[in-house]
Design a protein around this ligand. Structure first.
Ligand code: ADP
Ligand code: ZN
Ligand code: ZN
Length: 725
């Protein structure tokens, strides 16, 4: 009797056994198909993992599956293999790994089919452009475009080039001048031509293209503007020439529409995208187009790494150091790491690009696990920015900005250049306090201070999202004078408006960009020179090019210097270099002014005087000394409970761990933020010198823990944690 092994989205580590649906021939079934299966009182959409001859459960107790959803597998055996690998590696239930990897529509059991991509081609008749009415400019433009592309173009490409051309397409179709086609995607129509590569770029492109048929992991280490994207484009051109597909991961698509534009300008094919702003159907489209080999290029954020490809050719991870590649809840995978594993399984190259590579990747490059390419120079003629550290201990305490920074801003404004100020905190003030009794406004649900927001005139918790009105007197002593301390983007904005009344100031943080298209509008205003001073959070550090900015001010770098996490200084350095990289392109040299109360901090000094590579070397030495990753391997067991920190639970978990010499257990300790959204938090850290030891240990240990329970103690395991919070 054939037994179906089915993964279902339940918090359980294994698959479940079912009998084939009644009346279904077993030959109709293969792994990778979805099935609807009964489970308790419910039914679930499950994934058929395997068909086995025997059951590890009494056969007479097995139920038949309810029905088959797919007539052909939606995941190949290889792709299922990757998901099984990930479930093992992250010690996370396979059924839930699969739901993360599939688009929502497929998880809901909707059919894995889409409307075909349509395109247009000129009909054979020679086009007499002259016979088109003079005022029908759209029709003319379409015909001209199609004349340049005799093989036809996808409708999306036409409408991207000529917005609002859909009605004209219909008219032309009626007139018989164009006909519907299914566009041939491997027909590459290069629009913008290649740039002549410099020597360093050429080396990356040549080496990678010479290794397209094997696993070839490489770190592409190049400052902002050094031409990494051009390298991606030229390698992908070769991948496509060989009839294969590429996935390009980016940290944030909505904030960086430029990257998609650049791909669209280079390749006259529809670029499939994948990100959180897409509708359910749009996501399904991208997924299926990629799986069926119709979409040659997919650009997407983190979860795009799970999109199946008919003919994988290369995986590219841009800004590989970015922490958004690690999912921070439920299935805590790293898309960057999955990209490397996936490339290995598919025997294709994986290219990790960054101006500020993660210490993990640099370490892999140093140990020659990755090829290390550097693009040392900016591709154009621009020169590196000059850094200045301002010692805030010598500056007037009352002012938000130091004198040197204020002077520099004034100069730029007079020279009609743009200024970018970076501050990593949104809102107006980070603390509301009473000087008389020392009361501070805390969130009732978290161990965190409330931030005052001037725009909405309320207090907000940045951890649980709660909002409440501003106090008009101190709840401690009834004193009516309360003080706002600390500065966020809004307060700096206010300060600057007073200092520079005629300057046009623009604030960029998640509050000012939440509206749809807000970011695009903002970018346009910056590029057309309608803005003099930009103030923003780390949003500004991601991928944007601001050619008119010649001065970058970092209001306060200190939280990164003495952060409580072992990655704090790495993050600080990456952010600083990324922000600095926005300044001074082409003709104008850039200047970066950094305000700090700790100008003597050795890593900061190293970063500023000797650059990121020297910083990274020093930081790696510190990690080595402290026995932190990448020199050791970590996993973090986080536990939460509703009445008090679940230290007891973690103690018990620790006891359940058999004496094990190869894995150290540290803790349990309270989490750095003890309470968050009404949950009390504690954690237990696992550390090993070898990855295998850590995983063997967890595989034995985890199943012995009591199940995570939302009413008592809930817990989660984070393999390769990004931070220890
Ligand atoms: P990155 O992705 O590293 O920030 P880009 O690929 O965006 O760098 O390149 C920065 C700028 O330099 C772009 O305007 C790009 O067109 C230009 N550029 C890149 N490579 C070359 C080259 N070989 N010759 C001339 N300009 C180049
Ligand atoms: Zn008080
Ligand atoms: Zn809160």
């Amino acid at each position: 009797m054939p037994i179906l092994q089915v993964a279902i989205p339940r918090p359980l580590y294994n698959y479940f056994n079912y009998l084939p649906p009644l009346g279904v021939d077993i030959n109709q079934l293969s792994p990778g198909m979805r099935l609807q299966v009964p489970f308790g009182k419910h039914s679930y959409i499950g994934m058929l993992l395997n068909i086995s001859d025997n059951s590890d459960f009494p056969i007479n107790k097995l139920k038949p599956a309810l029905k088959i959803i797919d007539s052909t597998p939606i995941l190949s055996v290889d792709e299922l293999g990757l998901l099984k690998w990930a479930a093992n590696y992250y010690h996370y239930p396979i059924g839930k790994v699969i739901t993360t990897a599939l688009p929502t529509a497929l998880n809901q059991g909707l059919p894995a089919s889409i409307k075909p991509v349509i395109g247009w081609q000129l009909t054979k008749t020679a086009i007499e452009l002259d016979s088109i009415p003079k005022n029908a400019s759209q029709q003319r433009a379409i015909l001209e475009l199609l004349q340049q592309h005799p093989q036809g173009l996808a409708q999306t490409v036409i409408t991207n080039n000529l917005p609002k051309s859909t009605p004209s397409l219909k008219t032309l179709h009626k007139k018989g001048w164009i006909e519907l086609i299914v566009p041939i995607n491997n027909q590459l129509l290069s629009k913008s031509s290649h740039l002549q590569l410099n020597q360093a770029q050429d080396e990356v492109v040549n080496q990678t293209c010479a290794n397209l048929h094997q696993f070839y992991p490489a770190l592409l280490d190049g400052v902002t503007g050094s031409g990494k994207t051009e390298v991606y484009l030229q390698i992908i051109q070769e991948v496509l020439n060989q009839g294969k597909q590429a996935i390009v991961l980016v940290p944030e698509i909505n904030l960086t529409p430029q990257i998609v534009n650049r791909f669209e300008q280079r390749f006259a094919i529809p670029i499939a995208t994948w990100h959180s702003k897409l509708t359910k159907t749009e996501r399904l489209h991208t997924w299926l187009l990629a799986k069926d080999g119709i979409a040659p290029i997919v650009i997407g954020t983190r979860s795009a790494i799970w999109i199946p490809l008919a003919r994988p050719g290369i995986f590219i991870v841009d800004e590989e150091h970015d922490s958004s590649y690690k999912q921070q809840d439920t299935f805590r995978y790293s898309a960057r790491d999955i990209a490397v594993v996936r490339a290995k399984r598919a025997s294709v190259p994986v290219l990790l690009g960054s101006a500020t590579p993660s210490l993990d990747s640099l370490h892999n490059a140093i140990y020659e696990r990755y090829r290390h390419f550097s693009l040392p120079e900016r591709a154009g003629t621009a020169i590196h920015p000059a850094y200045h550290i301002v010692d805030m201990r010598n500056q007037p305490k009352k002012e938000s900005l130091s004198r040197p920074l204020t002077r520099a801003i004034k100069q730029r404004l007079e020279a009609k250049q743009q200024v970018l100020l970076f501050i990593n905190r949104r809102g107006y003030a980070s603390t509301l306090t009473c000087y008389k009794c020392g009361w501070v406004a805390f969130c009732q649900h978290c161990d965190a201070r409330l931030t005052y927001h001037e725009t909405s005139k309320n207090l907000q918790c940045h951890h649980c999202g709660v909002m409440q009105p501003l106090y008009n007197k101190c709840p401690g002593c009834n004193h009516t004078k309360l003080y706002l301390l600390g500065q966020g983007t809004e307060r700096i904005e206010e300060y600057l408006q007073i200092q520079f009344p005629t300057a046009r100031i623009l604030r960029i943080d998640s509050d000012s960009t939440s509206r749809k298209h807000a970011m695009e509008d903002i970018l346009t205003r910056i590029h057309t020179g309608e803005v003099d001073i930009l103030i923003g959070t780390q949003m500004l550090a991601k991928g944007h090019h601001f050619p008119k900015v010649t001065l970058v001010g970092v209001i306060n770098v200190d939280s990164g210097l003495y952060g409580s996490d072992f990655r704090s200084s790495e993050r600080m350095a990456q952010l600083l270099i990324q922000v600095a990289g926005r300044a001074g392109r082409a003709e104008e040299p850039g200047e970066v002014i950094i305000q700090t109360y700790h100008p003597e901090h050795p890593l900061l000094a190293k970063l500023v005087r000797q650059g990121y590579p020297s910083f990274a070397q020093a930081a790696l030495q510190e990690r080595h000394k402290a026995a932190f990753p990448p020199y050791t391997y970590l996993a973090l067991l986080r536990a939460e409970a509703t009445t008090h920190p679940p230290l007891e639970f973690l103690e018990k978990a620790k006891q359940l761990a058999q004496q094990c010499e190869t894995v150290q257990l540290w803790g349990p300790v309270m989490s750095p933020m003890e309470k968050r959204a009404d949950w009390y938090r504690a954690q237990l850290l696992l550390q090993a010198l070898q990855r295998k030891h850590l995983h063997d240990f967890i595989a034995q240990w985890l199943p012995t823990l009591p199940a995570s329970n939302n009413k008592k103690v809930r817990w989660s395991l984070d393999v390769d944690p990004q931070d220890l919070f």
